[in-house]
Write a new protein. Structure first.
Length: 235
C-alpha cells in the first residue's frame, strides 16, 4: 500500500511531507479539516487517538508523533540520517529528539498557552514571555534554537537535507509567523546556520512541491508568508 499522510496545511505534517518528497517516496494525502475541528472527531481519533497532526498510514500500521515518523522513514528507506553504524548517529538522534521534545514542545506552549496554564491572560502572558526571553538556556526558544544552530553549523550536507533539517525548516518558518502579530522576538539572521539551511531548502524541488500543495509561497522557510492553502486551514 502507498503511504497516506493525514495532514493540515502548515502543521507538523509539513515536516513529514517535505521528507517524503525529498525521499521520492509515493504517498497520498488525507486532509484533516482543522476549521471543522476534524482532529477532535471520532473518525480521526480512530486513526490517531491523541488527536494530533500528523498521522501516517504505513503497510505496518498507523504512525503518529513527528520524530517517530521521520526516524522510521529514514530507517526504512535508508535516507536522510546517519546510518545505524555511523559514529554521527548518536549525536544526530540526540538533536532530533531535542528538537521534538524541547523546541517543538516550546512552540506548542507559545502557540497554545491556554492548554498549559488555563484561561488566565496574565498566566498566558508570563508563559510566553518566559519562552521567548533572551537567556542562554535550552528552556527558552532563543537558547534552544542556538543549540540547534551550532549543531547544524557542523553537520549540514549541502547535497541533500537530513530529516532534522526538514524538521528545523518548519520550526524556523513557524517562529517567523506564529502567533500572528507576536513574532518580534525572532530574527532568523541571529541563527546563521539555520538561515543558510532555510535558504538552501527553499531552492529544492521538494520544497517547491510542498509549497504549492499547501500554499506556502515561493520562499516558505527563509522568508515565509502566511499560508493560502488550496484546501483546509492551518489554524
Amino acid at each position: 500500500m502507498a503511504y497516506v499522510l493525514h495532514y493540515a496545511p502548515d502543521n507538523a505534517s509539513l515536516i513529514v511531507r517535505m521528507t517524503l518528497e525529498e525521499m521520492g517516496v509515493y504517498y497520498t494525502t488525507a486532509l484533516v479539516d482543522r476549521a471543522a475541528r476534524a482532529q477532535n472527531g471520532a473518525a480521526y481519533r480512530a486513526i490517531n487517538p491523541a488527536g494530533l497532526i500528523p498521522a501516517l498510514e504505513t503497510p505496518h500500521g498507523v504512525m503518529f508523533e513527528t520524530a517517530a515518523i521521520l526516524l522510521w522513514l529514514s530507517d526504512t528507506h535508508g535516507q536522510m540520517a546517519p546510518a545505524q553504524n555511523s559514529p554521527e548517529r548518536a549525536r544526530f538522534l540526540s538533536m532530533l529528539f531535542f528538537v521534538s521534545n524541547t523546541v517543538h514542545a516550546q512552540l506548542r506552549m507559545l502557540f497554545y498557552p491556554e492548554k498549559y496554564v488555563g484561561e488566565n491572560p496574565a498566566a498566558q502572558r508570563a508563559l510566553r514571555e518566559r519562552l521567548i526571553s533572551q537567556h542562554d538556556t535550552a528552556m527558552t526558544l532563543p537558547g534552544a534554537l542556538g543549540l540547534v544552530d551550532a549543531y547544524i553549523d557542523g553537520h549540514s550536507a549541502p547535497e541533500a537535507p537530513s530529516i532534522l533539517e526538514c524538521y528545523m525548516a518548519a520550526v524556523v518558518r513557524w517562529c517567523a509567523l506564529y502567533p500572528i502579530g507576536q513574532t518580534a522576538w525572532f530574527n532568523l539572521s541571529a541563527y546563521p546556520a539555520l538561515a543558510a539551511m532555510a535558504a538552501r531548502l527553499d531552492t529544492r524541488p521538494a520544497a517547491h512541491a510542498v509549497a504549492q500543495a499547501e500554499g506556502l509561497g515561493p520562499t516558505p522557510f527563509s522568508r515565509p508568508v502566511l499560508p493560502n492553502p488550496p484546501e483546509g486551514s492551518a489554524l
